[in-house]
Design a protein around this ligand. Structure first.
Ligand code: XUL
Ligand code: CO
Length: 439
């Protein structure tokens, strides 16, 4: 069988001093951090779409990528070549997982039946490669946004035939995810949202989205899919008002439709910043609501107003993300999926390796620092102290429910001193920098 990336050897750990950019400076899969190895903490996954089907086109230009399967014309033959190339890539990089959309691993056919046939043929091949390499499926998902039929949305389309078609597509994608032992199944809203209320019935669309997700959860039960069901929030893109705007909005939706026990969140860094939050905010919001399920690891560019899906290299961000993930007790059965693509100017196959190595190292370093910060109780101590007035006296009465407005007013009328303390933000930021740079 041909090798698709012959110029690349397996990427190994070289240590912080290694100057080889095709080695890891920090990611040492078997190294124990606390009670787990780095590999177990980080659960890295490669996104099939960005790595094997992305062509580098943007609204201003055509594709730029040079890929080893470019010369193959037949779409099924090309899909098979991508599977072989994909598993060679996963093995050389040393990632335990990958993620896919139904339509990125196999080409769509003339109709749903033909698309399903294509998918079955490619999934047979994927299954063989999974058995051969031991690489596993973190999650599968359905691509419900690319084809013209989904122009008005899928579950929220005003056209019931489109709703039905989307259901048929998701049913099949769930079946193949189950067959491949996928640990999660993701719903990203795609075009679920609207451009104008002049032609949209928001209430009806939300009800339909609730119905669709209920049917999906029921079907997961029917086929015995034990993986986690995940919703991936994202604001503003591609529609103006996306229904799954951010973590808080998705949780409100799930509660309204009685779905909160069935779905957790797949939180993406670039989606967080597009929603006007930083990544840590979204992760913590998910965590405190017992809904932090998995992560799409990437970063955006604040000078560009769209989803640039860059590889996550910002160690400040990865440190705080790993802090939340450790606070969450880890991500399993979720993981860190690189929903990230190389720039269209980085068109050579080797750039796919550089991108992933830099992202894996940034998260591995973030894990090391976050672990140290927690071991030393740096923030915990400050936060506990900051809220200590709720541990005794009137604060304890507020928390226990003993206090009411009468008793609080009575207390306030007789209390004219406030023992306020400094927030010490600057001191904490300086300690955080010291840990990132020195620990
Ligand atoms: C879109 C996005 C998707 C989902 C899966 O912005 O992030 O790739 O992760 O559909
Ligand atoms: Co994503």
């Amino acid at each position: 069988m041909s090798e698709y990336f012959p110029e690349i050897d397996a990427i190994t750990y070289g240590g912080p001093a290694s100057e080889d950019p095709l080695s890891f400076n920090y990611y040492d899969p078997d190294r124990e951090i606390g009670s787990k190895t780095m590999e177990e903490h980080l659960r890295f996954s490669v996104a099939y779409w960005h790595t094997f089907t992305e062509d580098g086109s943007d609204p201003f230009g055509v594709g730029t990528m040079e890929r080893p399967w470019d010369d193959i014309d037949d779409p099924m033959e090309k899909a098979h070549a991508r599977v072989d190339a994909g598993f060679e890539f996963f093995e050389k990089l040393g990632v335990p997982y990958f993620c896919f959309h139904d339509r990125d691993i196999a080409p769509r056919g003339e109709n749903l039946a033909e698309s399903n046939e294509n998918l079955d043929e490619i999934v047979d091949h994927v299954e063989e490669k999974m058995d051969e390499t031991g690489v596993e499926l973190l999650w599968g998902t359905s691509q419900l946004f690319m084809e013209p039929k989904y122009m008005h949305g899928a579950a929220t389309s005003p056209n019931a035939d489109v709703f039905a078609h989307a259901a048929g597509q998701v049913k099949k994608a769930m079946e193949v995810t189950e067959r491949l032992g996928g640990e999660n199944f993701v719903f990203w809203g795609g075009r679920e949202g609207y451009k104008t209320l002049l032609n949209s019935d928001m209430g009806r669309e939300l009800d339909n989205m609730g119905r669709f997700l209920q049917m999906a959860a029921d079907y997961a039960d029917d086929i015995g899919f034990e993986g986690q069901l995940l919703i991936e929030p994202k604001p503003r893109e591609p529609t103006k008002h996306q229904y799954d705007f951010d973590a808080a909005n998705v949780l409100a939706f799930l509660r309204e439709y009685g779905l909160a026990d069935r779905f957790a969140l797949n939180l993406e860094a670039n989606h967080a910043t597009l929603a006007g939050h930083n990544f840590r905010h979204e992760l913590q919001y998910g965590r405190i609501n017992d809904a932090l399920g998995s992560v799409d690891a990437n970063q955006g560019d604040k000078l560009i107003g769209w989803d640039t899906d860059e590889f996550p290299t910002d160690v400040y961000m990865t440190t705080l993300a790993m802090y939340e993930i450790l606070e969450n007790g880890g991500l399993a059965p979720g993981g860190l999926n690189f929903d990230a693509k190389v720039r269209r100017e980085s068109f050579e196959p080797v750039d796919l390796f550089y991108g992933h190595v830099s992202g894996m190292d940034a998260f591995a370093r973030g894990l090391e620092v976050a672990h140290e910060l927690r071991e030393d109780g740096i923030f915990e101590e400050v936060i506990d102290e900051r809220y200590s007035s709720y541990e005794e006296g009137i604060g304890a009465e507020i928390v226990s429910g003993e206090a009411d407005f009468d008793s609080l007013a009575e207390y306030a009328l007789n209390n004219d001193g406030f023992d306020l303390s400094s927030g010490r933000q600057e001191k904490l930021e300086s300690i955080l920098n010291r840990y990132i740079l020195e620990s």
